[in-house]
Write a protein that binds this ligand. Structure first.
Ligand SMILES: NC(=O)c1ccc[n+]([C@@H]2O[C@H](COP(=O)([O-])OP(=O)(O)OC[C@H]3O[C@@H](n4cnc5c(N)ncnc54)[C@H](OP(=O)(O)O)[C@@H]3O)[C@@H](O)[C@H]2O)c1
Length: 340
């Protein structure tokens, strides 16, 4: 295939987070300067202004081979900025754009660097109703929460169906799920391990509950039907408890495994209550669905206090945030500023 990368800026240098192996199963992170010419080929060169921290970025930044196969590497699955150079007629220099998903930040240098160079098919014009910063405050986490809400609606749930449960509610995906579902008029229980975030979750429209309440160890295959369904970001026994306590005809969107990838339960919730388990994988969203979700995120699903849902840190402050998200201690979202 012909290399259509614009190369005019190849000698320009920029700051980037650099993750490299440092002995047996050890990885170290530092900020280095690289040249645009070091980036892989791609039709669009983007000057990144903001990125955001997702759980997957923390895995990539700590050497997880399930996310990133080859190091050294620059993580960052989200990036927003302006087109610097473009060999595609679809994008003009200076145009504000967002790059999310595909291979960005996994095995392609990602948004924790001031430039990314990617195929034009990975680039989307900045969605209407959002600034660059706002698009990253939402980022992969908010977009995934939007897919979950969309899938529940598509399945037939409505605000009158009954209360929904969101697990990992203080996390990136969880807090957006609480906010979006509450904005749509659902009654939302927000399960969290962080009592100090109760007041914030209430402001988002949720009813906070201790996550221990949804960690049932009784061994009963079915629990009394409490929820019309929900959004699960943590997996393991929390998801199993939610499914066992979902009412007949309800459904649960499952998107994460922050607690565990395991799921132990009987088939009874499915065959005796007709409960549905909807798998959510951001990567399989169609372009049409993606356009609709961004339209809603820039409009009726945009959190009223988006500025309260994310903190902004410079590249130099990212290391501590990576450690925090790996410990399950993150609340809301972290936007990474690549200005300077
Ligand atoms: N399927 C997809 O396409 C897709 C897309 C994006 C993300 N994800 C996945 O979704 C999950 C959440 O991502 P995120 O970016 O929102 O991460 P995050 O910000 O770290 O949120 C995860 C939340 O889960 C809870 N948690 C963490 N460890 C736990 C444990 N050991 N036991 C119980 N609860 C725990 C915590 O919330 P509380 O303290 O409030 O309980 C934490 O804040 C991850 O597994 C991620 O890989 C999947």
């Amino acid at each position: 295939m012909q290399d259509k990368s614009p190369t005019r800026m190849d000698s320009a240098s920029f700051d980037t987070l650099w993750v490299e192996a440092a002995g047996a199963e050890k990885f170290q992170r530092r900020i280095i300067r690289r040249h645009v010419g070091d980036l892989p080929p791609g039709e669009v060169l983007v000057r990144v202004r903001y990125s955001s921290l997702n759980y997957k970025d923390a895995l990539s930044a700590s050497g997880n081979p399930g996310v990133t196969r080859h190091y050294p590497h620059t993580p960052g699955i989200d990036a927003a900025g302006e087109v610097a150079l473009s060999a595609s007629l679809d994008f003009k220099p200076g145009e504000p754009v967002v790059v999310m998903g595909f291979d960005l930040g996994m095995n392609t240098p990602g948004g924790f660097g001031q430039y990314v160079r990617v195929p034009a098919a990975w680039v989307r014009k900045l969605p209407e109703g959002l600034t660059l910063w706002e698009s990253m405050a939402i980022g992969t986490a908010g977009f995934t929460a939007a897919i979950c809400a969309y899938r529940l609606e598509e399945y037939g749930l409505r605000p009158g169906s009954g209360e929904l449960l969101v697990t990992g509610a203080s996390g990136g995906v969880g807090s957006f799920a609480v906010s979006i579902l509450a904005r749509d008029g659902y009654s939302v229980a927000a399960a969290t391990g962080k009592p100090e975030q109760y007041a914030w979750l209430e402001r988002l429209g949720g009813k906070p509950i201790d996550r221990e309440e949804i960690d049932d160890r009784s061994g009963r295959p079915l629990l009394s039907g409490r929820w019309a369904g929900g959004v699960d970001t943590v997996g393991g026994n929390y998801l199993a408890t939610l499914l066992r306590a979902t009412r007949p005809g309800g459904c649960v969107a499952c998107c994460g495994n922050a607690a565990s990838p395991e799921l132990h339960l009987t088939v009874f919730p499915f065959i005796l209550r007709g409960v549905a388990l909807l798998g959510v994988d951001m990567a399989t969203t169609s372009p049409e669905q993606s356009a609709e979700l961004w339209r809603r995120l820039g409009d009726r699903w945009k959190p009223q206090h988006l500025d309260e849902m994310a903190r902004t840190v410079p590249l130099a402050g990212l290391d501590a945030e990576i450690e925090r998200i790996l410990r399950g201690g993150q609340a809301g979202r972290v936007v990474v500023s690549l200005e300077n």
